[in-house]
Ligand binder design. Structure first.
Ligand code: ADP
Length: 627
């Protein structure tokens, strides 16, 4: 017998589960049954596809039994794939998923107490320790003779030894603790299985002893004769929910199915159930979680869609089933036309699969659109969670660009909350010919940007693109319904503001002024221009039409792109401003140099960008103020 230590993160996870899922401890049964169901899925799949296991015949089933009395136990048994020595060590001694590890590390103490957060990732097998003081796992892998027994009290170590088991599969024995005693009970088990695991595709049997009293027969003392009958009864429905017609399924059933098939303890935000009949036959049942999956923004996120072929489980680990930007969607795809032994490579090039995928994306996007029109409250929740991935779709899914443009939302200079491009267009006055936006930096900084002044004054709404992804995405939008999108912090949008009432002839004086400032700033700027749009600020920085915004440059640098060449800003100055007037009037070169330098740095500061030399900046500012 070997004794082994849990990896530290397992001990940590165990602590977390025991403390935070306390009020919801009954989910352990759902987790263990779903592990069994996965193991049955896997063996069924291998018996159809694997050289060594081809033709392996078995009747998939899950058996639950319990012992009442002094030493209460609960046993969950399956005849699925089983685990060998290595599997047991790897699966039940570590946390295999790196996403879960990162997630754990990212939690604050406060968050660790939130059971909803914990419920979002697979607590799985370890949840057994909420109700058991000891857990034994007896397992034999299909196609092998050796069996092993894993045993642990969940306190840092586990033991592993050779054992025997009649056939392939896994038996999990829970030695119930005080918290778990109530589960050694027929009614409790039936109720939990109905609640969480009714739609597991395999039959779940419960064995129990039924006492009956026969009045006609008496024992030696003359009392009615008690007989004990051992019964085995199927306690779940075991039909694939998605195969039923929509009218036969209640919202509760949809929601329970979601919770038993995903790692979420909350009801989903909404679901989309589709049966396609025709040249390609398939069923999809998609769910959108109320809260974004915790690993949505990790590169190694766990995909949420399972593929079935004619109700046989194929995989839950294929990131190609839906495009990456829809990675928050959970659910199933069940195809009638794919071959059972479809490999990952084949799947990717398969005509049927790509037809299902394309149709699924269209269906989901049109469903999102419907919700945005019919249920704004739900859509607001949806956007709060999934605006960002949808925006990724704008540059990764050109075919669905138009649909996505209707779905994404932005902040606005004139409206509360999020706005759509469609509503922006509706609010536009007749003289406005473009959609204006400002990018880079935080919402508050952007909304306070001096550049906005003139647009506000003209009654032009400006989209405030404060998501870090906006900067990248907006370039790929280009136009919306033939309206060009223009960045007000780039040079191209400037001309639009010149109304008939404010002709912008460049006077001799302003030409002279521009020359003076250019000379003082030298190669710190690309150009200096007289502004037609500033009202209250002395100057702003903009960038050339094809250059990244100043904030974007800063971000690229902070991401380690050190060799990145700075694109120099263009300084736009307000000739009516007193500070600029001083520059115009002064003959003192040193004074003008200081004024110009501070003018540029404060314009950068207003965009949330640190001056190149903060010490020099404060010194100059000080000397100007004390003058
Ligand atoms: P998860 O199910 O989220 O992967 P668990 O902690 O529940 O995490 O289980 C870890 C792994 O142990 C599973 O992925 C599976 O490989 C293995 N496992 C658990 N239960 C069984 C079982 N009944 N039969 C076969 N393998 C199992």
């Amino acid at each position: 017998m070997e004794q082994k230590k849990f990896k530290t993160e397992v001990s940590e996870l165990l602590q977390l589960i025991i403390h935070s899922l306390y009020s919801n401890k009954e989910i352990f049964l759902r987790e263990l049954v779903s592990n069994s169901s996965d193991a049955l899925d896997k063996l069924k799949y291998l018996s159809l596809t694997d050289e060594k296991l081809k033709g392996f015949s078995f009747e998939p089933r899950i058996d639950i039994s319990f012992a009442e009395g002094e030493k209460r136990t609960l046993t969950i048994m399956d005849n699925g794939l089983g685990m060998d020595h290595e599997d047991l060590t790897n699966n039940l001694g570590t946390i295999a998923s790196s996403g879960t590890k990162k997630f754990l590390a990212s939690l604050t103490d406060e968050q660790k107490k939130d059971s909803n957060l914990i419920g979002q990732f697979g607590v799985g097998f370890y949840s057994a320790f909420m109700v058991a003081e000891k857990v034994e796992v007896l397992s034999r892998k299909a196609g092998q003779d050796a069996a092993f027994k894993w045993s642990s009290t969940g306190k840092g170590t586990y033991t592993l030894e050779e054992a025997t088991r009649d056939a392939q599969g896994t038996t999990i024995i829970l030695y119930l603790n005080e918290e778990g005693n109530e589960y050694a009970n027929r009614w409790q088990i039936e109720q939990l299985v109905k609640k969480y695991s009714d739609h597991i595709a395999y039959p779940i049997f419960l064995s129990y002893d039924q006492e009956s009293v026969d009045d006609k027969k008496k024992d030696k003392e003359g009392n009615p004769l008690k007989t004990v009958e051992h019964k085995v009864e199927q306690i779940n429905n075991s039909s694939a929910l998605w195969r039923k017609s929509k009218t036969e399924i209640t919202p509760e059933e949809y929601n329970e199915f979601y919770k038993s098939a995903s790692y979420d303890s909350q009801d989903p935000l909404f679901y989309v159930h589709t049966k396609a009949e025709g040249s390609i036959e398939y069923t999809t049942l998609f769910y959108v979680p109320e809260k974004a999956p915790f690993d949505m923004n990790y590169a190694d996120y766990r995909p949420g869609v399972k593929l079935f072929v004619k109700r046989v489980y194929i995989t839950d680990d294929d990131k190609e089933l839906l495009p990456t930007y829809l990675r928050f969607v959970r659910g199933i795809i069940d195809s009638e036309d794919l071959p059972l032994n479809v490999s990952r490579e084949i799947l990717q090039q398969n005509r049927v699969m790509s037809a299902i995928r394309n149709a699924s994306v269209k269906k989901l996007l049109s469903e999102f659109q419907k919700i945005s029109e019919q249920n704004p409250e739900m859509y607001a929740k949806f956007i709060e969670q999934y605006n960002r991935p949808l925006k990724e779709g704008l540059y990764s899914d050109y075919a669905n660009r138009d649909a996505l443009l209707e779905l994404v939302r932005f902040k606005s200079s004139s409206e509360e909350g999020y706005v759509s491009l469609a509503s922006y267009k509706e609010r536009m006055g007749s003289e406005q010919k473009s959609i204006y936006y400002i990018t880079g930096g935080k919402e508050a900084t952007l909304k306070a940007s001096p550049l906005l002044e003139a647009y506000r004054k003209k009654g032009f709404e400006v989209l405030v693109m404060s998501d870090d992804i906006d900067d990248i995405v907006v370039g790929s939008i280009g136009t919306y319904k033939e309206l060009p999108l223009k960045a007000i912090n780039k040079s191209g949008a400037v001309d639009d503001l010149k109304g008939d009432d404010e002709p912008q002839e460049k006077s001799k004086e302003s030409k002279k002024l521009v020359k003076k400032i250019k000379k003082a700033l030298g190669d710190k700027v690309k150009d200096v221009v007289v502004s037609s749009r500033l009202v209250e600020s002395p100057a702003v920085v903009v960038v050339d039409e094809n250059d990244p915004s100043v904030q974007m440059q800063q971000m690229l640098k902070s991401m380690g792109q050190a060799d990145f060449e700075d694109a120099k800003p263009i300084l736009e100055v307000n000739v009516d401003d007193p500070m600029v007037k001083k520059i115009e009037e002064s003959e003192d070169d040193a004074y003008v140099a200081d004024l110009c330098s501070v003018l540029l740095d404060q314009a950068l500061l207003a965009e949330g960008v640190m001056p190149k030399d903060p010490v020099a900046f404060t010194k100059k500012l000080h000397s100007l103020l004390s003058r």
